[in-house]
Design a protein around this ligand. Structure first.
Ligand code: TPP
Length: 339
């Protein structure tokens, strides 16, 4: 698996219409849900740090669409998309971000601690690279049990500077684990351009010394991601894993919060022309255009879908609003304590 099938353009009509619309709806759900958080972040009603993944939806949706519900996913600090794409409930996500009892971590974790084991979303955490070894453990457990489950670790390009990634690549390759290493290369780690912290080499190359299959895919093209992920998942189920996937993408919002305006100082140093170029390559609007141009959906259908998803987002906010804050006397409950 050395080249990306996505490089040769995939025509939408090669796919069942239901699948196409489902992929689109899932990307839209992530986008509209995230954008609904912008105002509450800015007016201070959301108190936890929030890393929006607007612009990166096609990676989460394309990969998760290739998985079974009982496959495992672990995310990082930017995981709203991973959570929703794996089937996590939107109301549990929104309530969590607002720190409410009805949230998926009962309001204790906030945006960076998303979990729903019932759909295989094993968790997310802010320590860069911290969850890679946990996904590795899930893959090892699957291999020992022989249950054909695949484990996916989503991480950013910044994680490629952490040693645990290389230890995990080595162990996964050594044990032929059913695991996908999915690197979402959005070109920046916080405000550090990738070119300033890595020698010029494709990130997918870092898996090669371990003898691992690796592939680089256009991460804003949901069909290209799906094709690569399906092939990689099949390889894992047949015992030919692990596989490393580098998905090139871009975040359309700031590193944290909508615009990185931290304490009155605008810290997003990305060139406006670069942002404008990537806005043109928005995974959702470009897919919408393809669906219409190739006759898979009409403008009216897509507008109706947008309305339905918008109402789902409103319902998630209504759920979060009526959910109580965790009681103060329970603040220390559920914490690890060493006596
Ligand atoms: C071990 C560790 N070091 C540093 C940080 C601070 N930090 C938070 S996010 C981040 C950058 C992450 O970049 P990347 O992995 O590319 O993900 P992206 O934010 O681009 O999605 C850093 C350095 C951290 N959370 N954990």
């Amino acid at each position: 698996m050395t080249s990306a099938p996505g490089k040769d353009r995939l025509y939408v009509m090669q796919y069942p219409r239901d699948l196409l619309l489902d992929l689109h709806r899932r990307m839209l759900a992530i986008r509209l849900c995230e954008e609904s958080l912008v105002e509450p972040i800015l007016d201070g009603s959301i108190r936890c740090p929030v890393h929006l993944c607007s612009g990166q939806e096609a990676v989460a949706v394309g990969v998760c669409a290739a998985l079974r519900q009982d496959d495992y996913v672990m995310g990082n600090h930017r995981s709203h998309g991973h959570f929703l794409a794996k089937g996590g409930r939107m109301e549990a996500l929104v309530a969590e971000v607002f720190g409410k009892e009805g949230g998926c971590s009962r309001g204790r974790g906030g945006s960076m601690h998303l979990i729903d084991p019932s759909v295989g979303m094993l968790g997310s955490a802010p320590i860069v690279s911290g969850t890679i070894s946990l996904a590795l453990g899930a893959a090892l457990a699957g291999k020992i049990r022989g249950d054909q489950r695949v484990a996916v670790s989503f991480f950013g390009d910044g994680a490629t500077g952490e040693g645990v990634l290389y230890e995990s690549l080595n162990f996964a390759a050594l044990m032929h684990l059913p695991m996908l290493f999915v690197c979402e290369n959005n070109l920046y780690a916080t405000h550090m351009p990738i070119g300033d912290c890595r020698p010029a080499c494709a990130l997918s190359d870092i898996a090669r010394p371990f003898g691992m299959e690796s592939v680089c895919v256009e991460g804003n093209d949901v069909l290209a991601v799906l094709a690569v992920a399906q092939e990689a998942v099949a390889a894992c189920r047949e015992g030919r894993g692990p596989v490393f996937i580098e998905a090139s993408t871009y975040r359309l919002r700031g590193h944290v919060g909508p615009d990185d305006n931290i304490q009155g100082t605008h810290t997003d140093i990305r060139p406006p022309e670069e942002l404008a170029r990537w806005r043109e390559n928005d995974p959702i609007t470009t897919f919408e255009a393809r669906l219409v141009a190739e006759g898979a959906a009409s403008d009216e259908e897509l507008a109706r879908m947008r309305g339905e998803v918008g109402r789902e987002v409103e319902a998630a906010h209504a759920f979060a609003a009526q959910s109580p804050h965790p009681p103060a006397e329970e603040l220390a409950a559920h914490l690890f304590k060493h006596d």
